[in-house]
Design a protein around this ligand. Structure first.
Ligand SMILES: NC(=O)c1ccc[n+]([C@@H]2O[C@H](COP(=O)([O-])OP(=O)(O)OC[C@H]3O[C@@H](n4cnc5c(N)ncnc54)[C@H](O)[C@@H]3O)[C@@H](O)[C@H]2O)c1
Length: 382
């Protein structure tokens, strides 16, 4: 068995949301180990968070620039194989480009950047660096989402005609940013977040549709709103979708849907039947054929396909969820890096890892929605 890969993390210190999820996911299968970090936005916070996680002093850095410089200068043995970036959106482009240029494979959470122009530039840096750039669209890691994609590809529901995707949350139904809530504060600032709900969760919905259907989004007609008085970013969007080839869709994204938690729901309707999956009940996928009986597939249960089985750890009936799906994305990232190192093709599951193309498409989707809403007309997704 190969030694685990080593990784460093930027952002994700005490009180942060997604950093701890990345650490759990990356290390869940014993395939990677955290060796270095700059875990906070100020030297004091960064160093305190690194100490709390047990990082040695010489691998616990006060700024991300210090970190990339010092870690790149390490001999091959201890040097990190990849860097994970889990800072707010405004710094993704700069830090990820610096990480790639320092020679590290790089993982960045969504949205890939704050603007589509930054995303195009970062995609260019990634391709000229020869290093992997992965974007953690973690919903691609769910076994039954992977099964849904496989079923669409194999023609199980015929030709896709219509897609309905909703991503509804209620946590921003009030002005949490004004109350100083940390996660809400930067998300409500256009200079730090870029877009609001469209960037925070709309991009997940767009990515889920593309991943499952394989359809290319051609244009959007969006109605975008900031419902909470004084909020400077969108907190709601209703978007009509047109895909290449004639399929159509509806995407609803909302962070003021009072009472909702993390309700990401996808329905795909084809000529021969439909598929439905809900993130809050992720161990079930419903296939409703045009003729014949409705079937509920359970994760790892009877009828589950190889792509789902390859992404599952526990027997059926033992629920898996957010962490495990995130870990499936990391399993693919580690496999891609190891395959490159060993000069061999990566295993199939690693080809599912979202990269610069998906990140850039996500940013173009967000900007097309905002432009469409502004002009009240159909807008091409670049
Ligand atoms: N994939 C998902 O499901 C998912 C979920 C939540 C957040 N996210 C994304 O993850 C990113 C972080 O979101 P969050 O909710 O964890 O935010 P957060 O505010 O909880 O955490 C951000 C962390 O970054 C640190 N930080 C900020 N600037 C820094 C800098 N210059 N150097 C080092 N550290 C710095 C902060 O101190 C904090 O520890 C965002 O881009 C967000 O869109 C993705």
């Amino acid at each position: 068995m190969n030694a685990p890969l080593r990784f460093g993390m930027i952002g994700g210190g005490a009180g942060a949301f997604i950093g701890a999820v990345h650490r759990t996911a990356a290390t869940m299968d014993g395939l990677a180990v955290l060796v270095a970090g700059c875990l906070g936005s100020t030297p004091e916070r960064a160093l305190a968070s690194g100490r709390a996680l047990g990082l040695p002093a010489d691998r616990n850095h006060a700024t991300w620039r210090d970190m990339l410089k010092a870690e790149a200068a390490m001999p091959a043995g201890p040097r990190p194989d990849f860097i994970t970036i889990v800072t707010p959106n405004e710094s993704h482009a700069e830090i990820a480009a610096a990480s790639l240029r320092a020679g590290f494979h790089t993982v960045v959470d969504k949205p890939m950047t704050r603007t589509a122009a930054e995303a195009a530039e970062l995609a260019h840096v990634a391709s000229s660096s020869g290093r992997l750039l992965a974007v953690t669209y973690n919903y691609t890691g769910y076994p039954l989402v992977r099964q849904a994609a496989q079923m669409v590809r194999s023609g199980e529901i015929g030709v896709v005609r219509k897609v309905v995707v909703e991503y509804h949350q209620g946590w921003l139904a009030t002005d949490l940013a004004a109350e100083g809530q940390k996660q809400a504060a930067w998300r409500a600032d256009p200079a730090r977040a870029g877009a609001g709900a469209l960037g925070d969760i709309g991009t997940h919905a767009e990515n889920l549709v593309s991943f499952v259907t394989g359809l290319r989004l051609a244009s959007v007609l969006a109605d975008v709103t900031a419902f909470v008085p004084g909020r400077r970013v969108d907190d709601d969007a209703s978007v009509l979708l047109r895909f290449d080839g004639g399929a159509k869709g509806v995407l609803s994204v909302c962070q003021v849907a009072a009472g909702e938690e993390n309700n990401l729901t996808l329905r795909v309707y084809g000529t021969e039947g439909s598929l439905a999956w809900r993130q809050e009940n992720p161990n079930e996928l419903v296939l409703s054929p045009r003729e014949g009986q409705r079937r509920v597939f359970t994760r790892a249960g009877a009828g589950s396909l190889d792509t789902a089985r390859a992404s599952t750890r526990l027997p059926p009936g033992h629920p898996e969820g957010f962490f495990e799906a995130f870990a499936n994305v990391y399993r693919g990232i580690v496999e891609r890096i190891a395959a490159q190192r060993d000069g061999r093709p990566p295993a199939d599951h690693a080809l599912l890892v979202p990269g610069p193309a998906e990140g850039l498409r996500g940013m173009r989707f967000i900007e097309a929605c905002l432009a469409s809403a502004q002009a009240s007309r159909w807008t091409v997704v670049g």
